[in-house]
Design a protein around this ligand. Structure first.
Ligand code: UD2
Ligand code: MN
Length: 568
């Protein structure tokens, strides 16, 4: 009996040693089975330190003394910079710098001091984090995952779901499966899309497979910051129909430096249905009890949001007929507001994101071909914008009459939920939004009939200031020639107003109610810049040149202006 017992112990010890031996061996194999072993080792050098103990869920210390520590930017040696241009052209961010940084790094806590003193109840909804990816790279994806795992309270994070939208990157296949299995077990699930879904359908797919009370979407190149999750969940617990967005911090695409963005913005939109940031209005600020309260925003950028999972689908999830990229963010924004919910920004929740100037994947959809954003936006305009869709088509005239697929199911959501009109949205949620042709004194082309020239942006980017120029009139066919005379007497476009600089020059610059932007359109046809008492004049001005301010002469033909439409 004694001998048999001893044999048993020897046997057990042998098994243990074998297991230990093989698990180490697997580790080494992993290192050498992928590309250049030293590269791989260098890359994963800090992974061990990032590993979570799954039984006790002990959060490891982020790497100390490592590149990129505390969110610092990373510089490359001359050697490492070789061929960087090619990398940037393909990835649109500095993958080399990212690969030098630990998968689990410290970043500055960018929250307002007030946030740190808020204590949230322990009893908050459980969460599934859904991250969709197409051709994203190893280090940013895993850094996203680690930041979520390590900075979310254990009892609130049910799972992280990675949806691979048919990536072409070898290491994001089996190797990622193995890695996640080994390091995270059941906490991280990987779903492989059966066909290329595009990010919109991929998000739906991930969320349909989620089991948490709340679904959080993140892009695959994010870093969740300290305390990011609790304020989102707390607000959803208070208000189930609120969709929440964290404040988006910046991770520099050139050097991976993490920096906080101040708050003071809401989401807006261009009538061309692109997203933009707009200043937070006094109306909203004064409704806040403290400066870190969640506050309403008309729209969102799209990538990062939290919603009650069941509520998200009750109001229609995402439009499964939208392709690849674009439009779904405005569609969900309009919809949640119009159908009785709200969209809110949460200053105390902060998540970094790498904004890339391009996409590492093709933007061609089956139906939208090269213009997926255009077709997706048609669908949203046709379903949600009522007559205001005219302002979208004003910018996208070539889309009029084009096929945008079947939207009956989407329109049925409006009926089923008895949603408000788009006018209600504009009046109640975004009263600051300038409507080009409503409540204005005049709008459309602004012509000088004799010269047959019209005011024209010349297609310049209107995010900054641009000159006030002219071009041959296009008979109302070009959005570049659409100007309005507002009831506040501004000569303006969607976001910019004509203002004088120096004695006779004019630029289009962001609108404010300063009297430098004040114009009067006289009965005699002149446009008088009120503060200088000078007139808009095309004398000696040719196509694509700037118009000037000149002393007013009521009968001078170069000072005669006619809008396409006048209010009755
Ligand atoms: C912004 C949003 C993004 C989405 C998009 C409009 C932020 C920070 N990001 O674009 O989430 O709302 O506007 O549609 O607000 N992907 C796929 N399949 C594809 C294409 C992309 O899975 O066919 C993934 C991609 O790998 C990434 C995510 O979708 O993880 C978002 O794509 P992006 O980062 O290229 O979009 P971004 O940040 O320019
Ligand atoms: Mn992104």
């Amino acid at each position: 009996i004694y001998r048999r017992g001893r044999n048993k112990y020897i046997f057990v010890a042998f098994i243990i040693l074998t297991v230990v031996y093989f698990s180490h061996k697997t580790d080494n194999n992993l290192v050498s089975s992928f590309g250049n072993a030293t590269e791989r080792q260098k890359r994963d050098v800090n992974v061990k330190r990032a590993r979570i103990n799954r039984e006790t869920y002990t959060i490891p210390e982020p790497c100390v003394g490592c590149p990129g520590e505390n969110g610092q930017s990373v510089s490359l040696t001359a050697e490492e910079s070789k061929g960087l241009d090619e990398v940037m052209k393909k990835e649109f961010f500095n993958l080399r710098a990212s690969d030098k940084i630990s998968l689990w790094r410290s970043i500055p806590d960018t929250r307002d001091g007030l946030c740190k003193s808020i204590s949230y109840p322990l009893d908050l909804p459980s969460t599934s984090v859904v991250i969709v990816f197409k051709n994203e790279r190893w280090s940013p994806v895993l850094r996203t995952v680690y930041s979520v795992l390590n900075r979310s309270p254990k009892h609130l994070l049910k799972e992280v779901i990675l949806v691979d939208d048919q990536s072409d990157i070898e290491e994001m296949g089996q190797r990622l499966d193995d890695y996640c299995e080994e390091h995270f077990g059941e906490l991280v699930r990987i779903l492989r899309a059966p066909t290329r879904l595009g990010l919109i359908k991929a998000k739906n797919y991930g969320a349909r497979n989620a089991t948490g009370d709340v679904v959080v979407f993140l892009d695959a190149h994010c870093e969740a910051n300290t305390g990011w999750l609790e304020p989102l969940l707390y607000r959803i617990k208070q208000k189930r129909s609120a969709i929440l967005c964290p404040s988006i911090d910046m991770v520099g695409e050139q050097n991976m430096g993490y920096s906080g963005t101040g708050f003071g913005s809401v989401g807006g939109f261009w009538w061309s249905l692109h997203f933009n940031w707009a200043p937070i209005s006094q109306r909203i600020l004064s409704a806040q009890k403290t400066r870190v309260d969640p506050y309403p925003s008309p729209t969102m950028a799209g990538g990062l949001l939290a919603a009650d999972r069941k509520y998200f689908f009750e109001i229609g999830g995402y439009d499964d007929d939208m392709e690849v990229w674009g439009g779904e963010n405005l569609e969900l924004s309009f919809r949640v507001w119009m159908c009785g919910g709200s969209l809110e920004f949460v200053p105390c929740s902060r998540v970094g994101h790498i904004f890339r100037p391009g996409h590492p994947y093709n933007m061609t959809g089956e139906k939208g071909k090269g213009d997926v954003h255009g077709r997706n936006s048609m669908r949203l305009a046709e379903v949600w914008m009522d007559d205001y869709k005219r302002l979208y088509y004003l910018h996208r005239r070539e889309l009029l009459g084009k096929d945008f697929g079947d939207v009956e199911d989407r329109r049925a959501i409006r009926t089923r939920l008895n949603c408000h009109s788009f006018k209600w949205f504009l009046d109640n949620v975004f009263p600051e939004k300038f409507i080009l042709d409503e409540n204005v004194l005049a709008h459309g082309e602004l012509r000088n009939p004799t010269a047959r020239l019209c005011l024209d942006t010349l297609g310049k980017d209107e995010k900054g200031s641009i000159p006030v120029s002219v071009f041959q009139c296009q008979n109302g066919m070009s959005a570049n020639q659409f100007y309005s005379l507002s009831k506040d007497n501004q000569l303006r476009r969607e976001e910019t107003c004509a203002v004088s600089v120096g004695s006779e020059s004019l630029i289009m610059s962001s609108c404010n109610l300063s009297n430098l932007q004040h114009w009067t359109h006289e009965k005699n046809g002149t446009l008088v810049h009120y503060p200088s008492n000078l007139c808009l004049d095309v004398e000696g001005v040719a196509n694509t040149e700037q118009v000037k301010l000149k002393p007013c002469e009521p009968n001078k033909l170069s000072q005669q202006w006619l809008f396409e439409h006048y209010a009755k």
